[in-house]
Design a protein around this ligand. Structure first.
Ligand SMILES: [Zn+2]
Ligand SMILES: [Zn+2]
Length: 381
C-alpha cells in the first residue's frame, strides 16, 4: 500500500509500505476513505514528540471500510463503514470502564501517563496511523462507530477527534449558563470548542489567535468575538478589560505546545527543549481567567516539565481541568448534534488532497497558507 511516512523533523513523504495484517483476534483492517491532518500531527512533523520513529505513519482522524476482521470481532463485518476514535482503548480496564478511554492501561502498557493512539509516536504505543490506504485497528469491537447509511464519511469524520475534543474542552470549563468563555486558538479544535460553548449555554464567547484568516473563519463559523493578540499591547490585560475588569469565567487552551506569543517560552520550550514545548497559553489562561474560574487545557503538551504559574492558579482558587479527549463517550451525543444540524462539522474542511500529495498538504497546513483551516487526505483517489 501507499502511506505517509515520517523521515525526520519537517519531512514526510508518501511511500510504499507493507499492508497491515491482523495481529490479534480482536483487530480489524480498514480501507481508509478519509484521513485528516490534525494540528497535533504538526507537533510530530516538527520533531517535538519524543520517540517519533522514522518510518512511522501518522494519522489519527480517519474513516474507512472494514476490509477484514479477526476471529474475535463481533460488532463489525467486512463492508461496514466506520469512524474511529484516535484513542486506542481496550474497553475493559479500570479506566475504560470509567469512560476514560484516553487513559486505557492496556493499549500502551509501556506508559503510566498516556494511553494508545493511532499514528502518534512510540510514546503512545507505536501504532501506525490512518494516513495510508489501509490501517490496522486494534480492539475493533471497542472504538469504531458505524456510520449511518444516510450520512457521508466527511459529515462524521471529525467525531474521530477534533469535534469531541472541542466539546470536552468546553465541558471541562463547567459551563452552566451565561458564562464568558475565552478560547485561545482559532484552529479546528478552538472552533469546535467555541461551538460547543454556545451549545452548553455560554453567554459570550471570545476567540484569540494571531492569524487573521483564522479569526475571520471563527467569526463566520462560530459567531464569536475575536481578538488578534498581536494587535493588542498585553493580551491578558486586554481580555480582563473587555470582560468587566475581572476577566472571563472560563479560559480554554486550544493551542498547546507550539504557541506563538512568548519569546522566552519559544526559546526554552522549542529551541533549547528545556521545557516540553511553549506553555505560553496555559500562563495566559491562568492570568486572564477571573478568580475562582475554570481553566481547561486541551492543547497538546508532552509529559515532562513546563514552566507554568501554578502559584497564581493556587492563589486565585482556579479549577484546572485537562485530558486528552475520551472520544468514545461523546460520539453518540455529537452524532446527534450533527444529524440535527446544530453542528456542521464538515464545513471546516478547506482543503482536500489525494494521499500522494500529502507532503504538499502538510506544508500548506503547517505554514497556515491559502486560508487553510482543515486538510483532508483521500487515500483512494
Ligand atoms: Zn487530531
Ligand atoms: Zn482500557
Amino acid at each position: 500500500m501507499r502511506a505517509v511516512v515520517y523521515r525526520g523533523p519537517y519531512d514526510v513523504e508518501v511511500a510504499k509500505k507493507k499492508d497491515p495484517a491482523i495481529e490479534h483476534p480482536a483487530d480489524a483492517i480498514l480501507q481508509v476513505t478519509r484521513a485528516a491532518i490534525c494540528g497535533s500531527d504538526l507537533h510530530l512533523l516538527h520533531g517535538l514528540v519524543p520517540d517519533t520513529r522514522v518510518g512511522s505513519t501518522f494519522g489519527h482522524e480517519f474513516t474507512g471500510i472494514v476490509e477484514e476482521v479477526g476471529p474475535a470481532v463481533r460488532a463489525l463485518k467486512k463492508g461496514d463503514r466506520v469512524v474511529v476514535p484516535f484513542n486506542i482503548a481496550c474497553g475493559a480496564c479500570f479506566y475504560c470502564s470509567r469512560n476514560l478511554t484516553a487513559c486505557c492501561e492496556n493499549s500502551n502498557p509501556n506508559s503510566d501517563v498516556v494511553g494508545g493512539c493511532f499514528g502518534y509516536s512510540h510514546t503512545t504505543g507505536g501504532y501506525d496511523g490512518g494516513q495510508a490506504q489501509y490501517v490496522r485497528v486494534p480492539y475493533a469491537d471497542v472504538g469504531p462507530m458505524k456510520i449511518p447509511d444516510d450520512m457521508e464519511d466527511e459529515q462524521v469524520l471529525f467525531l474521530s477527534d477534533i469535534l469531541p475534543t472541542g466539546y470536552q474542552a468546553a465541558e471541562m470549563g463547567e459551563i452552566k449558563g451565561g458564562e464568558v468563555v475565552v478560547v485561545f486558538g482559532a484552529g479546528p479544535v478552538g472552533l469546535f470548542t467555541a461551538k460547543s460553548a454556545w451549545l452548553l449555554g455560554a453567554g459570550r464567547v471570545i476567540v484569540v489567535d494571531h492569524v487573521e484568516y483564522r479569526l475571520d473563519f471563527a467569526r463566520r463559523y462560530a459567531g464569536v468575538e475575536t481578538v488578534n493578540f498581536k494587535k493588542v499591547d498585553d493580551i491578558v490585560m486586554y481580555l480582563k478589560e473587555i470582560c468587566g475588569g475581572r476577566g472571563p469565567d472560563v479560559c480554554v487552551d486550544a493551542v498547546g505546545m507550539e504557541a506563538e506569543g512568548s519569546t522566552p517560552h519559544r526559546l526554552l520550550g522549542l529551541k533549547l527543549k528545556m521545557e516540553a514545548g511553549a506553555a505560553t497559553v496555559i500562563g495566559w489562561c491562568i492570568d486572564t481567567v477571573r478568580k475562582g474560574g475554570n481553566v481547561s487545557i486541551i492543547g497538546v503538551y508532552g509529559p515532562p516539565w513546563n514552566f507554568v504559574p501554578v502559584g497564581t492558579a493556587m492563589n486565585k482558587g482556579l479549577t484546572l481541568r485537562m485530558n486528552q479527549c475520551n472520544v468514545k463517550r461523546y460520539m453518540p451525543h455529537l452524532l446527534k448534534h450533527i444529524r440535527e444540524g446544530r453542528i456542521d462539522a464538515k464545513a471546516i474542511i478547506t482543503h482536500r488532497f489525494p494521499l500522494r500529495q500529502a507532503k504538499e498538504a502538510y506544508r500548506i497546513f503547517s505554514d497556515k497558507r491559502d486560508g487553510c483551516v482543515k486538510c483532508v487526505l483521500l487515500p483512494q483517489a
